[in-house]
Design a binder for this molecule. Structure first.
Ligand SMILES: Cc1cc2nc3c(=O)[nH]c(=O)nc-3n(C[C@H](O)[C@H](O)[C@H](O)COP(=O)(O)OP(=O)(O)OC[C@H]3O[C@@H](n4cnc5c(N)ncnc54)[C@H](O)[C@@H]3O)c2cc1C
Length: 464
C-alpha cells in the first residue's frame, strides 16, 4: 500500500494550495481527484467559466460602450451561445494545463479516482485503474460542493438547468427565469440581461445579496431594473412545469405564474460528501454536507482537516486557497503562517461589478460603533467620464473618533481591483487621512478614494 505524509482529497483551489504547501514542507504528498481533469468547480464549471462568459458578454453586447456610442450599440447583432463559449473552452483548457504543470513541477502525485475513507488514516481510491487503498499520516478534505437539489424543481439539463450546466445550453433563450438572488443567480441575471434577454429573478428573501451593504445592493437593483430585469422578491417557487412548446412555467407559492424559455436554478450548494464515507473517519457533516472545523481547519478527528467550500461560508476560490495553505502549515506545526481574515475581500461579478471589505453600515449600526461615511461618485471623477461609467460609486466607512477604515464598498467598473487599495490601508491600520494626504494618478478611478475621504471628513463636521 502506498503511504504519504499528506493526502489531499480534491484538486480545486483549496486542494491545490494544500498539496503544494505540503511539498514545500518537504513532505510526500498525494492529491486524489474524481474528475479526469484537475481544477475543481473553480476551473471547470464555476469561477473561470462564469467570469470568461461575462467578459464575452461585455464584449459582444458592447455594454461598456453604450454610454459613449448610444444605448443601441452592439459589437455583434445576433449573439449566439457559440460566440459566448468559444473563449471559455480555451481559458479552461489553459488553466487546467497551468495547474497540472504546477502540481507536477512540485512533485505532487495526482491519483485519478474517488476517495472514500476506510479509517482515519486509510483511504480507498477508486478510478479508471481500479481500486487502491492508500495510507496517510495527515489528510485534507477539499472536496468542494455541488448545486443543491430541490424536490420542487426537476433539473433536466436542457431548459431547466443548474449553474454547472450553463455552458451546455444549446441556444440563448428569449426569456430566462432565475431562481435564487445570491451571488451566482445575480451574476448570471446580469449577464443574460446585458445580452438583451428578459430575465425574471425570483428570490424568497426581501433583498438580493443580503450580506452586502444595502446602499450598494439598491444601486445594483436600479441597474437590474434598467436592464429590464423583473425582480420577484419575497416569492418562493412551489413547482416548475415544462410546457409542450418547450417553455418553462414556475408556479410561485403566492399563486403567481411566471414563464420563460429556460429556468436557471441557483439556490445554494451542498458539500460533496456522498462518496467520502465520513463515518469511517469519525467525522459528521451537517444537513447541507458541510464539515465542521476549528479555527485551524481541523475536524473532530485530529489528523484530518477540511478546507474550501465544503466547510461553508464564504465559499470563494480566493479564500479557499488561503484555507488550504493555512491548514497545512498548522498540520506540520507552523504557527507563523497567518492571514488577515478580517479583510478578506468579496468580489461579485455583477454588471456593474461589486466589491467590498470590512463591515457594512448595517453591521456597524447593530454593533453601536460610531462611524461616518464618505462617498465618491464615478461621475465626479475624470476617469469615470472618460470610460463612460457615470453610475459607479465608492463608499468609505471610518470610525468617527479613531478615523480607522472600517469598510470599503464599491459598485462600478474595476471595483474588484480597486478594493485592494482600501484593503491595504485597512490591514496596515491606516486612517481616512491616508487618502487625503496621498496623491493618486490622474485620471484614475483610484482618485475616488481621495474624493470619498474629503467627503467623509466634511461630514464629520456637519453631523448629517
Ligand atoms: C458559478 C460560480 C461562480 C463562482 N464565481 C466565483 C468568483 O468569481 N470568485 C470566487 O472567489 N469564487 C467563485 N466561485 C466559488 C469558487 O468556485 C469556489 O469557492 C471554489 O471552487 C472552492 O474550491 P474548493 O477547492 O473548495 O472546491 P472545488 O473547486 O469544488 O473542487 C473540489 C474538487 O474535489 C473533487 N472531489 C469531490 N469529491 C471527491 C472525492 N470523493 N474524491 C476525489 N475528489 C473529489 C471534485 O471533483 C472537485 O474537482 C464561484 C462558484 C460558482 C459555482
Amino acid at each position: 500500500m502506498n503511504t504519504y505524509d499528506l493526502l489531499v482529497i480534491g484538486s480545486g483551489p483549496a486542494g491545490q494550495r494544500a498539496a503544494i504547501a505540503g511539498v514545500k514542507k518537504g513532505k510526500r504528498v498525494a492529491l486524489a481527484e474524481t474528475r479526469n481533469v484537475v481544477g475543481g468547480v473553480c476551473i471547470n464549471t464555476g469561477t473561470i467559466p462564469s467570469k470568461t462568459l461575462r467578459e464575452a458578454v461585455l464584449h459582444f453586447s458592447g455594454y461598456n460602450y453604450r454610454s459613449t456610442y448610444g444605448l443601441n450599440y452592439r459589437v455583434k447583432e445576433k449573439i449566439s451561445m457559440d460566440d459566448l463559449t468559444f473563449r471559455v473552452q480555451h481559458v479552461i483548457k489553459t488553466e487546467i494545463e497551468v495547474i497540472q504543470a504546477q502540481l507536477s513541477r512540485n512533485g505532487v502525485e495526482v491519483l485519478n479516482g474517488t476517495a472514500s475513507f476506510q479509517d482515519s488514516h486509510t483511504v480507498k481510491i477508486t478510478g479508471p485503474a481500479g481500486m487502491s487503498p492508500v495510507q496517510a499520516e495527515h489528510i485534507v478534505i477539499a472536496v468542494g460542493t455541488k448545486p443543491a437539489a430541490s424536490t420542487k424543481v426537476s433539473i433536466n439539463g436542457r431548459n431547466i438547468i443548474n449553474s454547472d450546466q450553463i455552458l451546455e445550453l444549446q441556444e440563448l433563450p428569449k426569456t430566462l427565469l432565475v431562481v435564487g438572488g445570491g451571488v451566482i443567480g445575480v451574476e448570471y441575471t446580469c449577464m443574460f440581461a446585458a445580452l438583451g434577454i428578459r430575465v425574471v429573478l425570483i428570490e424568497k428573501r426581501p433583498t438580493l445579496l443580503e450580506f452586502a451593504d444595502h446602499e450598494i445592493v439598491e444601486a445594483l437593483s436600479y441597474h437590474l431594473r434598467d436592464s429590464r430585469v423583473t425582480m420577484r422578491l419575497n416569492e418562493e417557487v412551489e413547482s416548475v412545469e415544462e410546457q409542450e412548446d418547450g417553455t418553462v412555467v414556475a408556479n410561485l407559492e403566492s399563486k403567481k405564474k411566471v414563464s420563460g424559455g429556460a429556468l436557471l436554478y441557483a439556490v445554494g450548494r451542498s458539500g460533496n460528501i456522498d462518496e467520502l464515507n465520513l463515518t469511517a473517519a469519525g467525522i459528521e457533516a451537517d444537513s447541507r454536507g458541510r464539515i465542521p472545523v476549528d479555527k485551524d481547519y481541523r475536524t473532530k478527528t485530529p489528523n484530518i482537516f477540511a478546507v474550501g467550500d465544503v466547510i461553508g461560508f464564504p465559499s470563494l476560490a480566493s479564500v479557499s486557497m488561503e484555507q488550504g495553505r493555512i491548514a497545512v502549515a498548522r498540520i506540520f506545526g507552523d504557527e507563523t503562517v497567518r492571514s488577515h481574515a478580517e479583510a478578506y475581500p468579496y468580489g461579485i461579478y455583477t454588471i456593474p461589478e461589486i466589491s467590498f471589505i470590512g463591515k457594512t453600515e448595517e453591521q456597524l449600526t447593530e454593533e453601536d460603533v460610531p462611524y461616518e461615511v464618505g462617498v465618491a461618485y464615478y461621475r465626479e471623477i475624470a476617469r469615470g467620464q472618460i470610460s463612460g461609467d457615470t453610475t459607479g460609486r465608492l463608499k468609505l466607512i471610518f470610525h468617527r473618533e479613531t478615523r480607522a477604515i472600517l469598510g470599503v464598498h464599491i459598485i462600478g467598473e474595476g471595483a474588484t481591483e480597486l478594493v485592494h487599495i482600501g484593503q491595504a490601508v485597512m490591514v496596515l491600520n491606516g486612517t481616512i487621512d491616508y487618502f487625503v494626504d496621498t496623491v493618486f494618478n490622474y485620471p484614475t478611478l483610484a482618485e475616488c478614494y481621495k474624493a470619498a475621504a474629503f467627503n467623509g471628513i466634511n461630514r464629520l463636521a456637519r453631523f448629517d
